[in-house]
Design a protein around this ligand. Structure first.
Ligand SMILES: Nc1ncnc2c1ncn2[C@@H]1O[C@H](COP(=O)(O)OP(=O)(O)OP(=O)(O)O)[C@@H](O)[C@H]1O
Length: 256
């Protein structure tokens, strides 16, 4: 099934009078990997927060297909399949790796993940099904052997991949990845790249905020460039790479 396009128009966000996002129009399409780049503080994470409902823009519309998201709290947006990963790894330290990934299935199971941990027949069945799905997601990253360990026992790069496994296990409609390659070594970055490319199918809208320009230029179909809360360019990697404004404000700067 084709996922709906995620669009926004006229998006404004400010904090205490300080402008963070200004008059943003965007269209994140299914089947594509969209990159969102820009210097530190440009507003990339804030835009994700507006899309997930964590931040409430003062103005503007956000639509998933023809469904307006304005006013919907984060949990309701998650129920519509909008899932994100975080810039800093946010795994539960007291749950095992596989249990952390199973939490990503909450919206897919009627009993909920907590019920699945109760010693009831329904809970046991759900737990087994969730564990199977979570193990398959870990297998995408070659992390099945880490399933029963605790996050702190894994290298930081692997912890980040576990977080991404948790984001994809529930087959989201919209996947927002905030610096997924941060802290990954070369082999882990290759695993990540392979998985993201495999996920780029018409049933998913995928948006990647990333400072690793090789990764962004290599996997994205289209890239939006944000600077001081405004889009300064949008196009294919080749178009963005040669855009004079982009070269000036970003690719030619120390952030490159
Ligand atoms: N909750 C908040 N309260 C006040 N200011 C905020 C808040 N969230 C973000 N900002 C401000 O908004 C601006 C954009 O921040 P944001 O984290 O969205 O940028 P970014 O492009 O994701 O940066 P980075 O690449 O460093 O993660 C910054 O000036 C930041 O201080």
């Amino acid at each position: 099934m084709t996922a709906p396009t995620l669009t926004a128009s006229g998006l404004h966000l400010s904090f205490g009078g300080i402008r963070v996002l200004h008059d943003l129009d965007l269209e994140f399409r299914p089947g594509e990997i969209t990159g969102l780049i820009g210097p530190n503080g440009a507003g990339k994470t804030s835009l994700f927060n507006c899309l997930t409902g964590a931040y409430r823009p003062e103005k503007g519309a956000i639509l998933l297909g023809d469904r307006p998201l304005r006013g919907l709290p984060p949990a309701a947006r998650a129920a519509h399949g909008i899932v994100r990963s975080f810039q800093t790894v946010a795994l539960c330290p007291d749950l095992t790796v596989v249990e952390n990934v199973m939490m990503g299935l909450a919206r897919n199971h009627h009993a909920g993940w907590l019920d699945a941990f109760l010693p009831l027949p329904r809970g046991r069945r759900e737990r087994a099904a969730m564990r199977t799905a979570a193990t398959a997601a870990l297998a995408e990253f070659g992390l099945v052997d880490a399933a029963d360990r605790f996050p702190a026992q894994l290298p930081p790069g692997n912890q980040r991949l576990v977080e991404i496994a948790r984001a994809i296990v529930g087959r989201p409609t919209v996947l927002l990845l905030d610096e997924p390659a941060a802290g990954l070594n070369d082999a882990e970055t290759r695993d990540l790249t392979r998985v993201l490319q495999r996920l780029a199918t018409p049933d998913l809208v995928m948006v990647v905020v990333e400072h690793d320009m090789d990764l962004v230029m290599g996997i994205c179909d289209r890239i939006y460039v944000l600077n001081f809360g405004e889009f300064v360019a949008c196009g294919t990697p080749a178009e963005v790479r040669t855009d004079p404004d982009v070269v000036r404000i970003y690719l030619g700067s120390d952030d490159d």
